[in-house]
Ligand binder design. Structure first.
Ligand SMILES: *[C@@H]1O[C@H](CO)[C@@H](O)[C@H](O)[C@H]1NC(C)=O
Ligand SMILES: *[C@@H]1O[C@H](CO)[C@@H](O)[C@H](O)[C@H]1NC(C)=O
Length: 598
């Protein structure tokens, strides 16, 4: 398998080696690393889940109920509508900040036109060397072009858009005898095509390409369980297992294809797209664990969870995101997703949400299984938070207003009495998590690192000796920066800022977004065109890595643009964004009933 096929987006911090480490952490007794066969896994799952569920009672170090006390300031007052931080009472959401918005458009042009000049049609771009590369040797599949098209439509870049469209019409082909990641190809390319179709007022070119691609991906669902193979050969139309652990799939990857396949089914009346995507959710629902949480790995033959880390970061993140978004996508007609979402949010609050001891930062920890010498499984909390988790603050706030509200629509921001107790809990936690993500931008560059750790009471540190409750693990003066210290142009914090601004009208979210944008301009921008990743957010001048991730143009700059744009553009009650920031319209299914009702 090529390295390219291993490249993950939401799973960037998972190299092959790390995935292996995580599985082995739960499995230190097994000697033969490369051979996790089905029988052993089955045995393993049977033995392990009983202690696993039982031991959940005694593992955490923090009682989450205390956080509900700190959230009052995020609500609108119940009596008046003086929620706006603008004293004139003007609803700022409908006033675009034209200057800042246009600065984001300039940044997009700086990125896109460099790519177009040096690497048009190649899957990925390296702005320092002014070169493109493809994911496989079989040739490009429009990874960067298609991921960027809807942003051009949204920003009104007509000429750039026409050139990109021309490329799709004349050059794009999915007849590529190479192995591609199922999830990445779906969220970026299929999602990008579907969004382009809608935003171009149904330009059939995109729908035809989307159908062609989806039909090539569809065979991945032909497994014993219905969970898809993690990879696909697009020319051979064949699912391909992971080379290391054939039976292992990542939970977020299998559960983050649904918005795309469901919308395509809605457009084409082809039931197969819908059923294959929905079957995955049925399998996951049946695999349900007592606490409502999901481990980051599942077994492709049995459809069961595999003892492995539980977290909202890589390989876990968008499972939770798509529970809510599937509920939103079909206009709240499928209560099964709300039920699954409710269970998950309960489990997250009970087991993962933590608060740092001094500055009381709210964050999400990870639960890591470990085998003891006697072969038992212990779970321990790791106070580690991926940058990827920063999507979750906005997601919780959005969920509070749509899935946990007593009236529709709620005020902006919602009043306490408009939300259920769970809605209040989620709103408060969401706002606090966004604040935490913002606080991790307190670095030399103003950019936040890929991974942060928090101090815990168990560290027994003297509060007066601690300058901050979070740190970058392994960062030492004069030593090479650890992996954790990077900023690779990720969108998750600005995604949450966009949602929070739309739901509150609070100008501070625009201010924070502007500050992050300026840090990107200052430290990631390459004079000759394009952007680079930064190796150490605490080093100025920054050292670059020669990679411009496609999500810079599809997500980071799109969410920043929308943060400063009029809220009538892509309103949240009419659109749901896929996990790659491709907006898809909300629709009401006419004939279909949700699987839980059948
Ligand atoms: C990537 O693939 C495209 C389409 O097959 C091809 O034209 C292009 O030369 C490839 N680029 C590189 C850098 O190999
Ligand atoms: C969602 O459902 C409501 C009625 O419950 C309806 O008024 C609204 O138009 C629907 N929205 C869409 C996008 O179908």
């Amino acid at each position: 398998m090529s390295d390219a096929a291993l490249r993950k987006r939401k799973t960037q911090s998972d190299t092959k080696g790390q995935a292996r480490k995580e599985i082995n952490a739960a499995n230190t007794q097994r000697k033969n690393e490369a051979d996790v066969d089905t029988a052993a896994l089955l045995r393993y799952i049977k033995i392990l889940w009983i202690p696993l569920v039982l031991c959940f009672g005694g593992i955490f170090f923090f009682n989450p109920s205390t956080i509900t006390d700190i959230g009052n300031s995020w609500f609108g007052t119940d009596s008046g509508d003086s929620w706006s931080s603008n004293s004139a009472g003007i609803d700022l959401r409908y006033i675009p900040d034209v200057e800042k918005r246009d600065a984001v458009v300039e940044a997009f042009k700086h990125a896109w036109r460099a790519y177009e000049r040096d690497a048009m049609g190649d899957d990925e771009y390296h702005a320092m060397s002014k070169k493109g590369t493809n994911l496989t040797e079989a040739g490009g599949i429009g990874y960067t072009v298609i991921d960027s098209i809807d942003t051009m439509l949204i920003m009104g870049l007509e000429e750039d858009y026409q050139r990109a469209r021309q490329w799709v019409e004349t050059k794009l082909s999915f007849e590529k005898d190479g192995v591609f990641n199922t999830f990445e190809t779906t969220i970026r390319v299929l999602g990008g095509l579907l969004s382009a179709y809608h935003l171009s007022s149904n330009d059939k070119l995109y729908l035809d390409r989307a159908i062609d691609l989806a039909d090539r991906i569809l065979p991945v669902f032909n497994t014993n369980s219905g969970l898809p193979w993690p990879q696909v050969n697009l020319a051979q139309k064949k699912g391909v297992p992971n080379s290391d652990y054939q039976a292992v799939v990542s939970t977020a990857e299998v559960s983050t294809l649904q918005l795309e396949f469901r919308y395509l089914s809605y457009l084409t009346d082809n039931e197969e797209y819908w059923e294959k995507a929905e079957d995955v959710m049925r399998v996951i629902k049946e695999a349900k664990m007592a606490h409502g949480l999901a481990t980051i790995y599942m077994h492709v033959e049995t459809g069961k969870y595999i003892p492995s880390t539980i977290r909202l970061g890589s390989r876990g993140d968008s499972y939770y995101e798509y529970l809510l978004k599937q509920y939103i996508q079909t206009n709240y007609t499928e209560p099964v997703y709300k039920d699954m979402y409710d269970d998950a949010m309960e489990g997250i609050h009970r087991h993962l949400i933590q608060q740092s001891p001094n500055s009381k930062m709210i964050y999400t920890a990870e639960l890591i299984p470990e085998r003891t010498e006697t072969g038992e499984l212990n779970w321990h909390l790791s106070p580690k938070q991926d940058h990827l988790v920063c999507f979750f603050g906005g997601s919780l706030m959005l969920g509070a207003t749509v899935a946990e509200a007593m009236v529709q629509p709620v005020s902006v921001p919602p009043k306490r009495k408009e939300l259920t107790p769970n809605g209040i809990r989620d709103w408060v936690t969401g706002a606090a998590l966004i604040k935490t993500c913002w606080d991790t931008h307190d670095t030399a560059t103003g950019l936040s690192p890929e991974i942060v750790y928090f101090i815990t009471p168990q560290d027994n540190l003297d509060p007066s000796s601690v300058s901050s409750d979070w740190y970058i693990k392994g960062a030492e003066p004069y030593a090479p920066p650890p992996y954790d210290a990077r900023y690779i142009l990720r969108p998750e914090t600005v995604e949450s800022l966009f949602i929070a601004f739309r739901l509150t009208g609070d100008i501070k979210y625009r201010n924070w977004g502007w500050s992050i944008f300026q840090a990107i301009e200052k430290h990631c921008k390459i004079e000759t065109g394009g952007y680079a990743s930064v190796l150490n957010v605490d080093e100025v001048p920054a050292t670059w890595e020669d990679k411009m991730e496609t999500f810079l143009m599809s997500e980071t700059l799109k969410y920043l643009y929308l943060l400063f744009e009029d809220a009538n553009v892509l309103p949240l009650d009419k659109y749901v964004f896929n996990t790659e920031a491709h907006p898809l319209p909300i629709f009401t299914p006419t004939v279909r009933t949700a699987f839980a009702d059948s």
